[in-house]
Write a protein that binds this ligand. Structure first.
Ligand SMILES: Cc1ncc(COP(=O)(O)O)c(C=O)c1O
Length: 430
């Protein structure tokens, strides 16, 4: 199909999202919006509390989302870091687009399906923070590289066997070699990645011997450093940089336009900024690639505690952007209440949700004396102190912990301004 003048496959695909019909597939949306397109519903600027949304409903704060996107764009620019935010957090092409518009180099992903989603929405640069040994996926990536000269793709290698499998899958099927970085494990007992520098060199040798692959750098994930503290994380990041320096001295990066060194989630980007600032001159310019993902929505639990902005508060602060609204459906005793949101709706792998505010009619007040003590599939269990004023029908607004396992429970998420006006809807693809 011919594109409109001035449009790209990315803008066309995003425009098609706005034309999607709202119906029973999307939890929490107003039943009387059935059949409207997302664009039509957004144009109505409905109020989250009074215009037909049903509980439970997860909302993103328009202001906090925008603040977080801008803050990390500013932070990475200030520290000379390129940014490939981890897209697995949101799997939301509209947010990928906003990240790219704010200067991100590309998008990080974890598995082939996620790459397909990003490609369907025109993402040009993808960093796959995983070894890719799936032959069907490799052949598809090779096709994408062949048909789109502007597509750039980098993935991990962490074993000689992996290199051999990749090379075998790509033989005869790739015009451009596939770019890879050696993944250095974050220490003994860490997750994936090569344990020793000697093994890293052996894998780099295997890549050099594979005509279908090209070594472009090194990478790892400091979020997996065992018993992480600032000292251990800095030490591991220095090891990663030293590995790049050694590889460069050994001529492994000869002929590259750019050498990739990548690390960084949302818990230690200050350490990444510190250590990457000390990277010495190498034989080619270095792409210092940060991969934070959870920062987009931030949270009220895990990342609130871990955010580097607690250490570098002069550089700003992220704002928690999620609030899950549920309704009190049972108040069997003075000490107990139940709302109609459970494991289907809220992240619970790191912390339970946090009761924050109560709405009765159009008044909102702090959820004093209310604590979420457990989640069933479709209920949250609340313990209420004597002073808690809570009755059946009240709406309870809860903060969440862990963005990655919050986004994945919702396919179309209203974005609401502080007064409840819903201005947009974010589509996710998990
Ligand atoms: C390899 C890798 N890189 C980057 C990230 C992003 O980290 P965060 O979710 O803390 O933003 C993750 C998250 O799990 C990861 O596994």
């Amino acid at each position: 199909m011919a594109l409109e003048p001035g449009s790209t496959p990315a803008t066309e695909a995003l425009a098609r999202l706005a034309e999607e019909r709202v119906d029973h597939r999307f939890k929490g949306l107003p039943p009387d919006a059935h059949g409207l397109t997302v664009a039509e519903l957004a144009a109505q600027r409905r109020n989250l509390f009074t215009d037909g949304f049903t509980t439970p409903v997860l909302a993103l704060s328009a202001e906090h989302l925008e603040h977080n996107l801008r803050l990390m764009a500013t932070y990475t620019t200030r520290h000379g870091l390129a940014f490939a935010p981890h897209g697995k957090t949101t799997m939301a092409p509209q947010l990928f687009q906003r990240q790219i518009e704010r200067g991100a180099w590309g998008i990080t992903l974890a598995v082939p399906h996620q790459v397909r989603v990003a490609r369907a929405f025109g993402i040009r640069r993808i960093f796959l923070a995983n070894e890719l040994v799936d032959a069907a996926a490799l052949r598809w990536i090779a096709d994408e590289l062949a048909t789109d000269p502007s597509f750039e793709f980098v993935c991990y290698v962490d074993s000689v066997r992996g290199v051999e499998l990749m090379d075998a899958a790509l033989r005869g099927g790739t015009e451009r070699p596939l770019d890879v970085v050696v993944e250095l494990a974050a220490g003994e007992g860490a997750r994936t990645g090569v344990r020793t520098e000697a093994e890293c060199a052996a894998i780099a040798d295997a890549v050099a011997a594979a005509p279908t692959l090209r070594l472009v750098g090194v990478a790892g994930y400091e979020g997996e450093v065992p018993e992480a503290d600032p000292e251990r994380v800095h030490a591991w990041l220095r090891r990663l940089v030293a590995l790049a320096v050694d590889f460069d001295k050994a001529g492994r990066f000869q002929g590259l336009d750019e050498i990739v060194i990548s690390a960084g989630g949302s818990a230690w980007f200050d350490a990444v900024a510190d250590v990457f600032a000390e990277i010495p001159g190498l034989s080619s310019p270095v792409l210092k690639l940060l991969r934070s993902g959870a920062y987009v929505s931030h949270d009220d639990g895990h990342y609130r505690k871990l955010t580097p902005f607690n250490r570098v508060s002069e550089e700003g602060a992220l704002e928690p952007a999620f609030r899950l609204w549920a309704q009190v459906v049972s108040r069997p005793t003075r000490e107990q209440a139940f709302v109609n949101a459970g494991k289907r709706d809220a992240a619970y792998d790191l912390d339970l949700p946090f009761a924050q505010v109560i709405r009765r009619g159009d008044t909102e007040r702090p959820a004093t004396g209310i604590e979420v003590t457990a989640l069933s599939d479709q209920h949250a269990w609340l313990r209420t102190a004597p002073e808690a004023d809570l009755e059946v029908g009240d709406w309870l607004g809860m903060g969440l912990s862990h963005p990655c396992t919050s986004f994945d429970k919702w396919q179309l998420i209203p974005v609401a301004e502080a007064d409840g006006t819903v201005v947009d809807y974010i589509r996710t693809f998990f």
